[in-house]
Design a binder for this molecule. Structure first.
Ligand code: PHE
Length: 344
């Protein structure tokens, strides 16, 4: 029996020497110290032994058990710390590393321009037209007929207007002025609205022209509205948008739906009025068309021109953005090159 115990002890010491981890410790513990282990079996059988054997075998098996326990405990102290250190090293976080970069989106420069202009007019009491009063797919009726643009007007030419196959008179609007008609048909004066949106023209694309661009239309109809109201409103807008230092001028012009009509120029931002390539040597840049709503247009929508009068204006958003930021090619707005867009 003594020999058996010594064999068990020797074998345990051998296994303990081979231990490489806390998991190994559990294995060795199971093999030598569990209830089903050989050592434990011997202890269970002590009761059937003679008193002498009981004493010798009993004390020896206890010593062996104690020795194995102590040695396993030492191993545990060592491997537990070692594994903990390894785990901490593995899971170490460098809190000084820079965070991961999430790029931010930006508002498109044209949208920024529209927002700024809309805000200026809202500050003067204008409100945005409802979307249904400003459709991009229009009929000739709203885009031309109701605006006093005769059938033979050159703007209707296939060269300028995009026609659709939906129906012969369905087009992509060539101007936002149709919104004036929709608005006057759906509400009664006093009317004070602005209508920003896309317009389409069948033109060859260049640095100055794109066949999709943006306009902001304005319309005010009330009693006793005069050209002085138009001029005051436009001057206030120009002052707020370009700053008071920039000279502007009104030039008489013609639009079929306004009478009298004017075009408004700002002093060229590139040359400050001296004359350069951008302003074709004139020192001025045209930025918007405007005028008093033609009595024919008022009659078309059932508003009595003897009682009411009004003014309308339309401006090109790209033009205004290009002037403000000194951008020399309209196509940059549509290419979506982030190197360009990131600058705004
Ligand atoms: N619709 C005109 C254009 O596209 C601009 C305009 C609008 C002129 C309103 C007068 C009044 O050129």
């Amino acid at each position: 029996m003594k020999e058996t115990l010594e064999k068990i002890h020797a074998s345990a010491l051998e296994d303990i020497a081979k231990i490489q981890s806390t998991a190994d410790i559990e294995d060795v513990k199971n093999t030598y110290l569990s209830r089903k282990s050989e050592l434990n079996n011997i202890k269970k059988n002590l009761k059937d032994m003679s008193n002498d054997d009981k004493r010798i075998v009993g004390s020896l098996s206890n010593q062996i058990t104690k020795d194995i326990e102590e040695k396993l405990n030492e191993k545990f102290q060592y491997f537990y710390k070692k594994e903990l250190d390894e785990k901490l090293e593995r899971e170490r976080i460098d809190v000084t590393l820079p965070g991961s970069y999430t790029p931010f989106g930006k508002v498109h420069p044209l949208t920024q321009t529209v927002d700024e202009i809309v805000e200026i007019f809202q500050g003067m009491g204008f409100s945005l037209v409802h979307n249904e009063n400003s459709p991009e797919v229009e009929t000739e009726y709203f885009n031309f007929d109701m605006l006093n643009i005769p059938q033979d007007h050159p703007a209707r030419d296939m060269q300028d207007t995009f026609y659709t196959k939906v129906a012969p008179n369905v087009i992509l609007r060539s101007q936002t002025s149709g919104a004036q008609i929709h608005e006057m048909l759906s509400s009664k004066p006093p009317i004070r609205v602005i209508a920003p949106g896309r317009v389409y023209r069948c033109e060859s694309v260049s640095a100055r022209k794109n066949n999709l661009f943006h306009q902001i239309e304005g319309l005010l109809v009330d009693k006793d509205i005069t050209f002085a109201d138009l001029k005051g409103t436009m001057n206030e807008f120009l002052r707020l948008y370009f700053g008071s230092a920039r000279p502007t001028r009104f030039r008489s012009s013609f639009f079929p739906f306004t009478e009298p009509s004017a075009e408004i120029d700002v002093q060229c931002i590139m040359c400050e009025g001296k004359g350069c390539r951008v302003c074709s040597g004139t020192g001025w840049l045209e930025i918007l068309g405007a005028g008093m709503v033609d009595p024919n247009v008022l009659r078309n929508v059932g508003i009595d021109p003897e009682v009411y009068s009004g003014f309308a204006f339309g401006m090109g958003v790209e033009r205004l953005a290009m002037l403000k930021w000194g951008i020399d090619d309209i196509r940059l707005f549509f290419n979506n090159d982030v190197r360009f867009l990131n600058q705004f």
